[in-house]
Design a protein around this ligand. Structure first.
Ligand code: PBG
Ligand code: ZN
Length: 344
């Protein structure tokens, strides 16, 4: 039998404790090898709310993702909540309301999110409702803050307005405000605004702390009609190559009092996710599997490259392994079905 078992350079047999198959040959063993599993508590579903009350439109660049008017959204979400959905993230989409230079309709009484909040809270008293806070869907220039005449960001005016919008959503009943604008000092401004209204103990701030200037937001800008009309967002979103800025951004937001922090996008930034988890072991960490990631997985699966279930499962597993507590994903409806079927 000599030669069947490979020997090391000294002629010794491989040691028994270097064998791995014996630890993974059974499905239960494989579960025990994985540190984190996936449950409905680890999933947050982004929902686009239209300013046309009875409308339902598909996002062309994200097949299977829809925008709903306030009169449609409860019926659409009900089956998901029944399947165990625990949290949603609301985005307003404006197609008819006017846009101006300070995003007046971000929190007017006609804003679709402001209108949807009391309805959703009544319909689904047990889920947690987060609201994206940004100006870009509501400004005529499509940038995330208020601009100076030369087109650069006026940071002070921006955070004042963003805090005002966050407080409006809090007053309308949301549990979590999630600023995605990336202005300097907005977490502190929002916290102050909430405190002034006595809402600081009953509303959480989920900061998009580590948000990179990414190509993977493309389909979202179609979904939310929020593309900048000129220029780009590189002067306020982080440069993809900089882990140092990522570190500073997370530390800054935690110091300003963020209750929950986020890394975004997901799959191309797993190292950043791990780094953020290691630097902030005691705060819930979110990761956003963004619109472009949804589109990539969807189209790859559709083209037969792999099954959607296998691709999505592996992406979710990698987020959990890297340290995410909660994954914001457009695949939430599929995931709830797969969880019920025991496939995750
Ligand atoms: C807007 C916002 C964006 C996303 C969430 N909020 C786009 C951007 O910053 O350009 C991206 C979400 C996604 O791509 O799924 N501030
Ligand atoms: Zn924005």
């Amino acid at each position: 039998m000599s030669g069947v078992i490979s020997r090391d350079v000294n002629g010794a047999l491989p040691s028994l404790n270097q064998k791995l198959h014996c630890g993974i040959f059974h499905p239960v063993l494989r579960k025990w090898q994985c540190t984190e599993n996936i449950t409905s508590f680890n999933i947050m579903y982004p929902v686009f709310i239209l300013d046309v009350e009875d409308a339902k439109t598909e996002v062309e660049s994200m097949p299977g993702v829809f925008r709903y008017g306030v009169n449609r959204v409860v019926d659409e979400l009900k089956p998901l909540v029944e399947k165990g959905l625990k949290s949603i993230l609301l985005f307003g989409v404006v197609t008819h309301l006017s846009k101006d230079d300070s995003g007046i309709n971000a929190d007017s009484k006609d804003n679709p999110v402001v209108k949807a909040l009391p309805i959703l809270k009544q319909a689904f008293p047990d889920i947690i409702i987060a609201c994206d806070v940004c100006l870009c869907p509501y400004t005529n220039h499509g940038h995330c803050g208020i601009l100076r005449e030369n087109g650069s960001i006026n940071n002070n005016l921006s955070i004042e307005r963003i805090a005002e919008v966050a407080v409006s959503y809090a007053k309308a009943g949301c549990h979590v405000v999630a600023p995605s604008d990336m202005m300097d000092g907005r977490v502190a401004a929002i916290k102050q605004g909430l405190a002034r209204e006595g809402l600081d103990s009953t509303v959480s701030v989920l900061s998009y702390s580590v948000k990179f200037a990414s190509a993977f937001y493309g389909p979202f800008r179609d979904a939310a009609q929020s593309s900048p009309s000129f220029g780009d967002r590189k002067a306020y979103q982080l440069p993809p190559g900089s882990s140092g800025m990522a570190l500073r951004a997370a530390a800054r937001d935690v110091a300003e009092g963020a209750d929950l922090i986020m890394v975004k996008p997901g799959l191309a930034y797993l190292d950043i996710l791990r780094q953020t988890r290691q630097n902030h072991p005691h705060i819930p960490l979110f990761v956003y599997q963004v619109s472009g990631e949804y589109a990539m997985l969807y189209h790859a699966a559709k083209a037969g490259a792999f099954s959607l279930l296998d691709g999505v499962r592996e992406s979710l597993t990698s987020f959990r392994r890297a340290g995410a507590d909660c994954i914001i994903t457009y695949f939430a409806p599929n995931i709830l079905d797969w969880l019920a079927e025991g496939k995750l």
